[in-house]
Design a protein. Structure first.
Length: 296
């Protein structure tokens, strides 16, 4: 009896250890296997077509996602090479195109006899009443005008509602900017600001693109604007990769070229940065103040 009991405990222990090992393996894969990304964009000189692709893959393309823009936006997600169904604009357009149009109303043609002729010598009492004809004409015009005015009112109401929502968002953003401006310039928060800056610099260094190449031609109507852009580029030129070529022009105002960006992101780096920020007392104080500001 004791041997059976010990055997059951042994099986339960092995099962629990296998589950724990599996969970640790999954966590290790998520944290230490990089998420690879590739961004590419292209615009030709002679045409106005612009295409862009964003590809993200994880664990040897077991999980991958693609976002493509070519006059329209397309998205696709694949797991083990199997494409998941996601709502797409192209599919919606195909569905609308396949909808059958309702048959035309041919009641007037069916009601009219084939051998119908008008006898101009025959008296017509309906034509003599000029007032009824004019009233009907006016009523048709009135209904058309009413429909037009209703459409205009709906357009104005939608415009006003959108404008009000945008103004509310603008006011909210302006308040948040003022709040963060006071928080950053406050002497009590300088330690938290320095910690956040340090972690952001570390994060940007570790997740920056590993490969960038391309050719970008640009020009502006005002030569002074082109000169300012060159001045800003010269400030960051030592950091830019050598395979990224800029071609400024003071005559040609068109912008065209291509660019390819490749890199990888380790989630363990992001997790460590967030943990350091979360357990910092000064950062916690800033978060509490921001929550109070949002609840007002």
């Amino acid at each position: 009896m004791l041997a059976v009991f010990l055997t059951i405990l042994k099986i339960i222990g092995i099962t629990v250890l296998c589950i724990i090992a599996f969970v640790l393996l999954v966590v290790a894969l998520v944290l230490f296997v990089p998420v690879r990304y590739k961004v590419s964009a292209d615009r030709s000189k002679d045409a106005d077509d612009f295409t862009a692709d964003v590809n993200v893959s994880f664990l040897l393309h077991i999980l991958s996602a693609t976002v493509r823009y070519d006059k329209e936006l397309y998205t696709s997600v694949r797991v083990f090479g199997i494409k998941l169904k996601i709502g797409n604009k192209a599919k919606k357009e195909e569905k609308t195109e396949n909808v059958e149009e309702p048959p035309a109303n041919n009641e007037t043609d069916a009601a009219r006899p084939e051998d119908y002729t008008i006898d101009w010598n025959e008296e017509d009492t309906t034509v003599k009443d000029d007032t009824t004809v004019k009233d009907d004409d006016f009523s048709d015009n009135d209904t058309k005008d009413d429909e037009l005015f209703e459409k205009i009112e709906r357009i104005i109401e939608s415009f006003v509602s959108k404008f009000e929502s945008l103004s509310e968002k603008y006011d909210r953003i302006k308040k948040d900017l003022r709040f963060w401006d006071r928080m950053i310039n406050d002497s009590k928060n300088q330690n938290a600001v320095n910690v956040i800056k340090k972690q952001l610099i570390v994060l940007l260094r570790l997740i920056r693109p590993r490969r960038v190449k391309g050719f970008i031609h640009f020009g502006f109507e005002d030569p002074a604007t082109c000169g300012k852009v060159l001045m800003y580029l010269s400030m960051i030129y030592p950091v830019l990769p050598r395979k990224l070529v800029f071609d400024p022009s003071f005559n040609d105002t068109d912008i065209y070229g291509n660019i390819v960006i490749k890199g990888r992101i380790f989630l363990i780096v992001i997790a460590l940065c967030l943990i350091k920020l979360y357990f910092n007392k000064d950062v916690k104080r800033m978060i509490r103040l921001y929550k109070k500001h949002k609840n007002k």
